[in-house]
Design a protein around this ligand. Sequence first.
Ligand SMILES: Nc1ncnc2c1ncn2[C@@H]1O[C@H](COP(=O)(O)OP(=O)(O)OP(=O)(O)O)[C@@H](O)[C@H]1O
Length: 627
Amino acid sequence: MALATRAAPGSVAALVVASLGAGTAPVAIAWLTKLLIDRVAARTPGGLTPLLQLALLLGVVAILSAVIPHVTTFAAATMGRNVRVVVRDRLFTRVSRLPGLVRLEDPPFYDRLMLALQAGAESPGQVLGGVLGLTQAIITMTGFLITLTVLSPVMAAVVVVAAVPAFAAEILLNKRRVRLAWQLGPTERRELFYTELLRSLQTAKEIRLFNVADFLRTRMLTDLRSINSARQRMDRQVLTTQGALALLSAGIASGGLVWAAASALSGRLTVGDVSMFVAAVAGTQSSLTGLIRGLSVMHQAQLMFDHYRIVMRTPSDLPVSATPRPVPELSGGIELRGVWFRYGDDQPWVLRDTNLLIRAGQATALVGRNGSGKSTLVKLLCRLYDPTRGAILWDGVDIREFDPAQLRDRLSAVFQDYTCYDLTVAENIAMGDISALDDPPRLEAAAERAGVADVVDRLPRGYETLLSRMFQDVQDGDPASGVLLSGGQWQRVALARALLRDRHDLLILDEPSSGLDAEAEYEIHRRLKRYRAGRTSLLISHRLGTVRDAPTIAVLDGGRVTEQGRHEELLDRDGTYARLFTLQARGYSGEAEDEPAEVAARTDRPVTGSATLAESSRSVRAGSPPG
Ligand SMILES: Nc1ncnc2c1ncn2[C@@H]1O[C@H](COP(=O)(O)OP(=O)(O)OP(=O)(O)O)[C@@H](O)[C@H]1O
């Protein structure tokens, strides 16, 4: 109620006035009709004037009661729109203030958020509508019940008692409706997922090539049918319950009509009384139904509104200090000390006692096999999760003592799964620091650093070119205005976004060149090397040739840093790094990779495939770099 009143005070006032009017009108009409009929039937003297006055009054009330529903619809729609804006604002403010990713990865939270969006927008209107409907029904019902009691106290009692089962049935049905909405959450989520797959441009290639549209459509329809049949069962329950209740009401009304007609014949009631009685029974029953429906809608809305309330009260997914320490400029380094991490209590450990020092002013490289935990470590550095055990220290201070937003102000990153926004080039780059949106020279400098400036210059509208075909009509209706970039070009736009943040203390580059051609990759790393000189950076790459110049290369294996040192030192250690580097170098030099020694011996060729790793790595070190 408070939410609705705050969002649209004028509409709420209009609704209140309209429901008071709508509540009084039926009783007024019934009384005016009775008076008119009695006057006509009794041929009361006094001429036409009193009759005309009654008829005029009846007409005014009838016009008002005809206009009121339209006013109500208009005011309710206005209020609904305003409430939706307020609810979206509040919900997404709350969700974006959750500092970590834990909640968003939690399926029940996601379901609740979807229900909260729906309930938050609809429930305030429903509760208000329910309260006003209730007020209206109470006014009408009181008027008619008094009238009915005067005419037949027994009939009044029967009508009221008959409403009790209707009331109980509605409460039960509401609980079932809300339970059903919650139970259907996972199936609806899956159905939405299949729908999105079938709808999305990004998935269209694979779906067509592998011819899996039928498979996905069948799954989508299976889920949709199961949702429909659950809803159908619910609707059937509603139909039978309400059908039985309608029969009961009709029986009472018919019995009452027979009694009233008999009473009129015997002279106990006037003709006007019979008309009044019929209106009173119908009015009492419909206002009782309105009352029950109003209560039922409010009850259901209030149960659904709990989802909104729970999301709004969701505690932070990471502990945030009430008095956070200011984040100092990095001078020593960032240390991962005995860090253990897993994504959930029932998940395997991803990092196990990881120790790593990222020295300030230096480049650190992180390499390792797929799934060794490199991107996870990046997410911990950005404090999107907290270590399960151990700590990450920023110049010796645990990063949990900082405000996450302030910490992130000091970081910049290109994630492996960077985002391609359907926005203009300028907006895509400015996402790295939105204050640069009106500062073209800064955007251009970032694009230059990321090696994408030439590409942008060739676009039809330069930095104002929309990188999407989705919204081209929104820009100016010109079909040539939307442009699609290649994967490597997008990657450079994402890099420009990260490099826009000039004042960062740590630059994280997670596979920044995986999609680039050899020439572009060489060029980017040449630029990055220049840019990173004297800055603190963490570079993750599977192409080991791009990290070999880093003063520290750390190897992550099985969740632990197993090797650390310069390129030459690691080759001499003859461990995982040397093996990975050698394998890659062989791929580039075209040497046999895994031919067994006997096979090589039989072909009288040198045994390159089974040469010791130390030998291979030494030969590689002397030869050309991979990558
Ligand atoms: N959000 C998540 N929830 C649960 N498990 C996850 C999540 N993200 C990653 N993992 C798991 O954590 C492990 C490490 O993943 P991570 O992405 O950190 O590896 P990586 O070293 O970056 O791999 P790659 O070289 O393939 O990019 C994997 O086993 C992965 O399944």
